[in-house]
Design a protein around this ligand. Sequence first.
Ligand SMILES: Cc1c2[nH]c(c1CCC(=O)O)Cc1[nH]c(c(CCC(=O)O)c1C)Cc1[nH]c(c(CCC(=O)O)c1C)Cc1[nH]c(c(C)c1CCC(=O)O)C2
Length: 360
Amino acid sequence: MTVQNSSRQPAPHDPHTRMSASKPLLRALNGEALWPPPLWLMRQAGRYLPEFREMRARADFLTRCLAPDMAVELTLQPIRRYGMDGAILFSDILILPWALGQSLEFIEGRGPVLEPVRSEADLERLDESRVMEAVAPVREALRRLRYELPEATTLLGFAGSPFTVSCYMVEGGGSRDFAQTRRMMLQAPELYGRLINMLTRATIEMLRGQIEAGAEAVMLFDSWSGILPPEAFRRYVIAPTHQIREALKHSHPHIPVIGFPRLSGVMAPEYASRTKVNALALDTVSEPATMASMVPDTVTLQGNLDPMVLFNGGPELVRQARRIRDSLRGRAHVFNLGHGVMQHTPPENVALLVETVRDV
Ligand SMILES: Cc1c2[nH]c(c1CCC(=O)O)Cc1[nH]c(c(CCC(=O)O)c1C)Cc1[nH]c(c(CCC(=O)O)c1C)Cc1[nH]c(c(C)c1CCC(=O)O)C2
């Protein structure tokens, strides 16, 4: 059992943070080994829920992210059904490029489409000074959520990591290998470095805004960090993440940060110890017990059931969920998936998962 870090105790004068002291997810993120572990799921608000699809028919994705009443409703849907320990704000990592002034559209069947940022002139067109105002609806949604959530539920804010966000910005959307981004990194390191630095500053500002509005912990999604060789990983993943973590520690010392360097393999333990994140989110391919032996036990582990196993359901879901939970017993752990809930997952499988993890 890991002892709770007393330096992260909530401030006694703040009614919000005083309540936080007993929230299971916050306790686990602060290093406490709870049994059973608290749980939430990446993409827990999504198309697998009929009530989500109903809202989806009424408004496009950006509208749903930027209308506070819709973002609040979509965040709450999975909490009402399943009572997860964490509610992640309904939004997207690509709201930041949009807030910087880059055009963004979500096209059915194709995913996000942005006007690529590849030259000095493209970079100059982005405007950091408009970010806070542009994301004002996101902060409004968080403020309302803080009052609407059950008392024991932790409200999670998030951002993409500067590297993963830069991938979508440079490429102009998703990609199999993000070749344009990796080429820019090598051919125009000064320009690429300026993009990363701008994203690092904007991410810090945006996350501080989310925290001020009520987020009790934040997660950095680094979905594509696994495509980088070690030196680039240190420079463009570890260094900016460490900068973000330090800046937040300075302004908001009690707010835990979860890092998700997806598919980074043996670089993940180095990421965990050098960035100083409170929790390391494990992807599907990581063996939890191996990671536990390689990461300092002051770092909480989050994860890592395969979303396909959740989709598939049945006794195999029960077996694999128990295996992950039991293999991290005695260690600060937050149960989650290794990536987001898949679109056609039967809702009853999510109920079975929640029941299984909590049945000890
Ligand atoms: C790479 C990335 C994105 N967005 C995100 C990532 C990192 C995590 C990961 O690796 O999945 C993160 C994200 N996206 C969304 C959230 C909300 C919180 C949650 O429920 O986890 C979060 C945390 C909602 C969303 N973001 C998106 C949806 C689907 C939109 C819809 O309703 O049609 C949702 C619920 C759209 C999105 N957003 C993004 C893509 C590539 C797509 C298109 C693919 C798709 O259509 O599923 C970018």
